[in-house]
Design a protein. Structure first.
Length: 302
C-alpha cells in the first residue's frame, strides 16, 4: 500500500521506517530538508511541498499527518483540502483535541474527503515495539487501511482497532494520556517517599528491579523508571520542571464537563503546573521518565 506522510520528526520518521520494512511505499514531506534526506536514506521518497506530495501519490490518496496539534494541523488540513479529490483520505495521527477533529472532519466531509483520527501511542520505542493505535472514523474506510495499521502495530491483531466514529480515536487517546499522567505521578511520589527514608539508604534502582518482576505494580512505565534510576539515581542535572503537552488538561476539563470524578488525573496535572515553581525529586523523576519513553527533552538544572 502507498502512503504519504506529513511530518518527519522523530516519531513520524520512525513510522516511515516501520512502514518501509513492512513492504509499503512511502513518500514523506517535511519543511525541514534534513528530515526529508533522512527518510530518503532509508529508502523512502520525499516531496518538497504538500502539492508535490499529493501529486506523487496514486489515487485514491492516503495522507497521514504527524504534525503538532493546533494551528499547524489546521493549516495542513486546509491546504490538503484544496489538493485532494473525492474519496481521498486524511489520517491525523497526532494528538489533536477531539473537538478540533470533529470540526476538521466536517469540513473534509463537505469536500467528500475521508477523515480518520488515529490516537497513536508508542513514542520513540514504536519503531522497535510497534504503536498502539486508537482509531476513529468510517468503518469501511478504516477497514481499507488495515494493512497500514497492521504494519505499525505491535502485531497484526494486537494494539490497534477502530474504537468508534470520527473523533473517538483522539478522545480515547486523550483519556489514555490522562491515565498516563496519574500512573507516572504515583510512581514518582512512591519513589520520592522511599528516597526520603534516609536511614534505610534504599537503592531505588534495586527496588524498581524487584518490583518489575511478579509485583502487581509492574508495568512498562516501571521498566522505564528503572532505566532512568540506573543511569541517574539522584536525577542530577535535571530541573524539577515537568511539562505537559495538553492531553491531561483536556482530560481534566472533559471530566468536569461530564461530571465525572477524576481527582488523580486532575491532581497529577496540577502537580505538573506546580513543578514549575518548586524543587522536587518526584518532578525530576517525572521529567526523566518522559525522556525515557518519548524522547521528550528535559530542562537542565542551572
Amino acid at each position: 500500500m502507498e502512503l504519504g506522510m506529513v511530518g518527519l520528526g522523530r516519531m513520524g520518521a520512525n513510522m516511515v521506517q516501520r512502514l518501509l520494512r513492512g513492504g509499503h511505499k512511502v513518500t514523506g514531506f517535511d519543511p525541514n530538508a534534513d528530515a526529508r534526506k533522512a527518510i530518503e536514506a532509508n529508502g523512502a521518497a520525499s516531496a518538497e511541498s504538500l502539492r508535490k506530495l499529493v501529486a506523487a501519490l496514486p489515487s485514491p490518496r492516503f495522507v497521514w499527518l504527524m504534525v503538532p496539534a493546533g494551528k499547524i494541523t489546521d493549516d495542513t488540513v486546509t491546504e490538503l483540502q484544496s489538493l485532494l479529490a473525492d474519496g481521498d483520505t486524511i489520517i491525523d495521527g497526532g494528538n489533536s483535541n477531539y473537538k478540533d477533529t470533529l470540526r476538521r472532519a466536517k469540513t473534509c466531509a463537505d469536500k467528500k474527503i475521508n477523515y480518520i483520527d488515529c490516537g497513536t501511542s508508542g513514542g520513540v520505542w514504536g519503531l522497535a515495539e510497534g504503536y498502539s493505535m486508537m482509531i476513529g472514523g468510517d468503518e469501511e474506510v478504516v477497514e481499507g487501511l488495515q494493512p497500514i495499521f497492521e504494519t505499525l502495530a505491535p502485531a497484526r491483531d494486537l494494539g490497534w482497532g477502530r474504537v468508534g466514529p470520527v473523533g473517538s480515536g483522539h478522545f480515547t487517546k486523550m483519556v489514555h494520556n490522562g491515565i498516563e499522567y496519574g500512573l507516572m505521578q504515583a510512581y514518582a511520589e512512591g519513589f520520592s517517599i522511599l528516597r526520603h527514608k534516609s536511614e534505610f539508604a534504599l537503592d531505588l534502582y534495586n527496588v524498581a528491579e524487584i518490583w518489575r518482576h511478579g509485583s502487581v505494580v509492574r508495568s512498562w512505565l516501571l521498566d522505564l523508571t528503572a532505566a532512568a534510576l540506573e543511569k541517574n539515581p539522584d536525577m542530577t542535572g535535571i530541573a524539577p520542571y515537568v511539562d505537559d503537552s495538553g492531553e491531561g488538561r483536556w482530560t481534566a476539563m472533559e471530566a468536569i464537563d461530564l461530571g465525572v470524578f477524576a481527582p488523580i488525573i486532575t491532581l497529577s496535572l496540577l502537580d505538573r503546573l506546580r513543578s514549575r515553581d518548586s524543587d522536587s525529586y518526584a518532578d525530576k523523576l517525572l521529567a526523566s521518565m518522559r525522556y525515557q519513553f518519548g524522547g521528550h527533552p528535559f530542562k537542565k538544572q542551572e
